[in-house]
Design a protein around this ligand. Structure first.
Ligand SMILES: Nc1ncnc2c1ncn2[C@@H]1O[C@H](COP(=O)(O)OP(=O)(O)OP(=O)(O)O)[C@@H](O)[C@H]1O
Length: 290
């Protein structure tokens, strides 16, 4: 079953484009990444799905329900973490979270303490006295506390130190094991690579690609490192070679053509060392954005 389904979803702001004709679906139980640089349209897509802003055209469903007609029900069933969390500053973290639990008609109040303990969050403090990262933790507890079947997370790791990011990802894995579907946006590709089953890439408001993570990293593109004898530098005009860089007497590049062509091309060169490896998602991503 598709938990999220978008069909030609479009949002035009008065000042210009937000997103155009975005169509993709997310299946139940998937961890799905949404990747793109600043201003690409990730937040616009997410906010449209939750009906905080209205689509200009196209449609979408969450849990099979129309995002405009059934937005109240959808918001109640989803755990949504916005990229920037804004709260009533003079409330204590615990009071805010109790209020939130009530909104979701959630009764397991112990869970607030359990989550706060894992995230090392002091619930007795007022929101205004918390650092940016600790406010983010309040947002994370708020998002996870009612054990939603769908988590929609907009740049969830911003403000968390690397140790805390790992704790957060452990929490997400726990939710996934319980059967939750997770949709999260990021511009940090390594975390998407670590967590997600599939990824959608968005650029200038348009969908570039939806792909399984393995396919994306194995999709023909290779990272090649070469060292020539006598400290000579590698140069080539072979089609498919991009991003050639020299570091000392090492050369590296990305190659997107047939491997046979590359091997035929270099076999007469005085190569002293070579490695051909899978590129990182960052490198794959750069390739799409050339
Ligand atoms: N409220 C708004 N009014 C007008 N234009 C907006 C508004 N919000 C976003 N935009 C524009 O829509 C486009 C997409 O922005 P959006 O915030 O969705 O991108 P994003 O991928 O989430 O980026 P970021 O990572 O910076 O949050 C941008 O060109 C942005 O300037």
């Amino acid at each position: 079953m598709n938990v999220i389904e978008m069909k030609q979803l479009t949002k035009m702001y008065k000042k210009g484009r937000g997103i155009e004709n975005i169509s993709f679906s997310i299946k139940e139980g998937e961890i799905f990444g949404f990747i793109g640089p600043n201003g690409a349209g990730k937040s616009t897509t997410i906010r449209t799905l939750l009906n905080y802003i209205h689509p200009t055209s196209g449609s979408a469903t969450v849990f099979g329900k129309d995002i405009v007609k059934n937005s109240k029900e959808i918001r109640q069933r989803v755990g949504y973490l916005p990229s920037e969390v804004h709260y009533y500053d003079d409330m204590k973290a615990l009071d805010l979270l109790l209020y939130s639990a009530k909104f979701h008609q959630y009764k397991q109040i112990n869970r607030i303490n359990e989550l706060a303990e894992k995230l090392q969050l002091d619930l007795t403090k007022k929101i205004e006295d918390l650092s940016f990262g600790n406010r983010k933790k309040v947002g994370i507890v708020q998002t996870l506390l009612h054990e939603p079947k769908l988590l929609i997370l907009d740049e969830p790791t911003g403000g968390l130190d690397p140790l805390m990011q790992n704790i957060f990802f452990d929490l997400l894995n726990e939710e996934r094991e319980k059967g939750a579907t997770i949709f999260f946006s990021s511009h940090i590709l390594s975390e998407v690579q670590k967590m997600c089953d599939r990824v959608a890439i968005i650029k200038d408001g348009q969908l570039v690609k939806v792909e399984r993570i393995e396919t994306l990293t194995k999709n023909n593109l290779k990272k090649v490192n070469v060292k020539l004898e006598d400290g000579k530098l590698f140069h080539s005009t072979l089609e498919g070679i991009i991003n050639l860089e020299h570091n000392g007497d090492n050369s590296s590049f990305l190659y997107s053509g047939r491997m046979k062509d590359l091997l035929q091309h270099i076999h007469t060169m005085d190569i002293s060392d070579i490695s051909i490896e899978e590129p990182s998602l960052e490198e794959v991503f750069m390739h799409f954005y050339e």
